[in-house]
Design a protein around this ligand. Structure first.
Ligand SMILES: *Cc1c(COP(=O)(O)O)cnc(C)c1O
Length: 230
């Protein structure tokens, strides 16, 4: 029998094993449970099993869930593509945004983050897969964007995020993650204090942790295969 609680335990064990293999402390990797398309009942099961941080891609779906689950002390992360007309809702309803890929979006989030809330925690999404992916800024543009976002009020720039193209070639995957890590190290050397590498999903969390991931975003391995038709 599989349950969300059992799946969560298995994912935590994978993270712990990958940390051992990488020679890193187990607490150095945070688990973000990606609950997009799953109902509030599924989120509640994960909460009962000790999970607190959840990732969502669709703004309205996430806001509806967060409202139903208000009072449980959950932390909501926006991880999907972000259009200008949705920035206000994101600025008002999330603790984190992982998918900032252009300055205009960051400026809108900064202007729209309510004064009564803690600064919005932000990652810059970088396209580490070239032509194979269209979301994220190009690696060559990341420095300019990172330096500009670091100066914006109401935002706290935490790090970088990437979604490498899916594939079986684990050496290629490692190379993509390594590129994100090199950028992270470069920006830290330039004086931009970053502490977050948001990389690794259900199929590649081990490769991501080997390359320094500090936060993995896991959906399928916790909740099961998503059905987008319903
Ligand atoms: C859906 C999604 C995930 C989770 O992917 P799984 O393969 O289901 O673990 C992680 N990150 C982002 C940005 C996503 O959109």
């Amino acid at each position: 029998m599989t349950s969300i609680a059992a799946n969560l335990q298995a994912v935590r064990a994978r993270i712990a094993a990958a940390c051992v293999a990488a020679g890193r402390p187990a607490e150095s990797v945070r688990l973000l449970a990606v609950s997009k398309t799953w109902p509030v009942t599924s989120v509640r099961e994960a909460v009962a099993a000790g999970q607190r941080a959840f990732g969502e891609n669709y703004v309205q779906e996430a806001i509806d869930k967060a409202a139903e689950l208000a009072g449980l002390g959950l932390e909501w992360h926006f991880i999907g593509p972000l259009q200008s007309n949705k920035t206000r809702l994101v600025a008002e309803n999330f603790a984190w945004v992982h998918s900032v890929d252009r300055l205009k979006i960051a400026e809108r989030l900064a202007a729209q983050r309510p004064a009564g809330l803690a600064p919005l925690q932000v990652c810059i999404q970088v396209n580490v897969s070239g032509e194979a992916s269209k979301s994220g800024c190009a690696p060559e543009q990341a420095a300019t964007l990172v330096h500009a976002v670091a100066t914006l009020p109401r935002l706290c720039l935490r790090g970088l995020m990437a979604i490498p193209e899916p594939g079986e070639d684990s050496r290629l995957q490692r190379g993509r993650f390594a590129l994100l890590r090199q950028l992270h190290d470069q920006f830290n050397a330039e004086g931009i204090k970053l502490d977050t590498l948001s990389m690794g999903m259900s199929h590649d969390l081990e490769a991501a942790i080997m390359e320094g991931a500090t936060l993995v975003r896991i959906g399928t391995a916790i909740f099961g295969e998503r059905n987008y038709t319903t």
